[in-house]
Design a protein around this ligand. Structure first.
Ligand SMILES: C[S@@+](CC[C@H](N)C(=O)[O-])C[C@H]1O[C@@H](n2cnc3c(N)ncnc32)[C@H](O)[C@@H]1O
Length: 257
């Protein structure tokens, strides 16, 4: 039988994703420490799921605290990088390729004490229906009283700026190479339309040659008020919210009723 290779968004960015993670969150322990307040609510051997794990810094950081960690992502390349990072740190992270909608095929209901969906991931769910299905999966996997930890861009702010080019004004150095990171925001006329973010990482080496990796990502923005209603509809009650119309990002912690 021929094996079919499924290419998803982020497979290209996975190769160069470290240039997109801030210095502060690159070490796994520090990424996990950025969630100290919510992690304090868990027993040290808690079962946790990072359901858009990217290159695995959070998952590996959580495993380093003694938690039993599963890391999933839609992108095979991201899952591979998470497995490699786990091995490098000697962490016992189970890494599985799964879309949010597929999670109930892989795990029993009521399995996890905490599910993380962080780092600007949820906007990749296709519109209100896709987001609802994704949140429903996350909710099913939580045990009663378990919590979903979600971080999000403040789309109210992003949309108010309109389409634009954002060229970062400093070189980012990773693995001995400098790169310029460029974001191109394509803001559609209506909230419910498909939007795009094009991300390019241009690495400049010592000889002056430039290697560019880029991807055009689809996303569907949502207002905070919509998200709150969607969480409620899948049985999640918002306990903590840092939403602020003037801040770039916010965090919501919602517990399963
Ligand atoms: C911006 S990255 C964030 C990665 C990581 N959480 C972080 O903070 O560095 C978004 C991630 O969401 C994943 N993703 C996008 N759509 C997904 C889906 N439908 N199901 C699961 N993961 C998805 C992407 O593959 C990517 O790794």
């Amino acid at each position: 039988m021929t094996e079919v290779l499924v290419v998803t968004e982020y497979d290209v960015l996975a190769e160069v994703y470290e240039w997109l993670i801030s210095d502060a969150k690159l070490p796994p322990a520090e990424f996990a420490a950025s969630f100290d307040d919510v992690l304090g609510l868990l027993p040290s051997n808690a079962h946790v799921l990072d359901c858009s794990c990217g290159t695995g810094q959070l998952a590996v950081g959580l495993a380093g605290r003694g938690m039993q960690v599963v890391a999933t992502d839609a992108s095979e390349a991201m899952v591979r990088r998470t497995a490699e990072l786990s091995e490098e740190f000697g962490a016992a992270v189970r890494a599985v390729r799964a879309n949010w909608e597929e999670l109930p095929d892989h795990f029993e209901d009521d399995t996890f004490d905490m599910v993380f969906c962080v780092g600007n991931s949820l906007h990749h769910a296709a519109g209100a229906a896709g987001r609802g299905a994704a949140l429903e999966s996350m909710s099913r996997l939580l045990r009663p009283g378990g919590r979903l930890v979600l971080t999000s861009r403040t789309w109210e702010l992003v949309r108010s700026r309109g389409s634009r080019l954002d060229i970062r004004d400093r070189l980012v150095r990773r693995n001995g190479r400098d790169a310029v990171v460029i974001y191109r925001w394509e803001i559609a006329p209506h909230w419910e339309d498909e939007h795009h973010i094009e991300i390019a990482i241009a690495q400049v080496d010592a000889t002056g040659s430039v290697l560019v990796r880029s991807e055009l990502l689809s996303c569907w923005p949502y207002r905070y008020e919509e998200l709150k209603g969607e969480l409620h509809r899948v049985g999640l009650r918002t306990e903590v919210s840092t939403f602020d119309l003037e801040a770039e990002n916010y965090m919501v912690v919602a517990s399963k009723v």
